[in-house]
Design a protein around this ligand. Structure first.
Ligand code: ZN
Length: 198
């Protein structure tokens, strides 16, 4: 999930390397819609081992670099149930979450509407209503089962990223008219970037 006014990573660049950024991390290419890889259903991981942890770390670095506040594995071409999020506000210390096999145990009846963006739909935003609070169960980076109560932007972000694991994009929550406009613009931008040889 992308957010316009998120620039604290500029501050990270200017200062000493943050402890959560390991030197071996890699920035992965982010898939932009429309793309069939964004419509796949992701598989759960059997366990969070060093390979999965490495992917989670790479996803975090890719997200921070974009910059965004959330990223799901299908967005970097891995059909696995992995998401990373960091909804710390500007000026706050980073709060990276590495989440595998997430499952929503409870969601509030109360909804919250947020203007959502997505790293796979760059420069497009739309209002999406989702439960304002959720209870989540997942596997953390140490393969431990964890539960998390999330509300506000964190709850929105987690639900947005979990949608990616089902092949759902935020534009699937809005009218087909608006969705069509956004996807056509993205398809056109793609064609202009990589022209087909005549
Ligand atoms: Zn997204």
């Amino acid at each position: 999930m992308a957010k316009l006014k998120r620039h604290w990573c500029d501050a990270v660049d200017a200062g000493p390397a943050a402890s959560y950024l390991k030197p071996a991390m890699a920035i992965l290419p982010i898939i932009v819609a429309p793309d069939p890889r964004l419509k796949l259903h992701a598989k759960p991981v059997t366990r969070v081992d060093s390979r999965v942890r490495r992917l989670m770390d790479d996803m975090l670095e890719t997200m921070y670099e974009a910059p965004g506040i959330g990223l799901a594995a299908p967005q970097v071409g891995q059909a696995l149930q992995l998401i990373v999020v960091d909804c710390a506000r500007e000026g706050e210390p980073p709060q990276p979450l590495r989440i595998a096999n997430p499952e929503i145990l409870w969601a509030s009846d109360e909804l919250m509407t947020v203007s959502e963006g997505c790293l796979s739909l760059p420069e497009h935003y739309a209002d999406v209503a989702r439960p304002a609070a959720i209870k989540l169960r997942y596997l953390d980076a140490e393969n431990e089962i964890r539960e998390l109560d999330a509300k506000g932007l964190l709850a929105t972000c987690i639900q947005h990223e979990m949608d990616h694991l089902e092949g759902v994009l935020f534009v699937d929550h809005i009218s087909s008219l608006k969705r069509g406009i956004i996807l056509r613009k993205l398809a056109k931008a793609k064609r202009q970037k990589s022209p087909v040889p005549a």
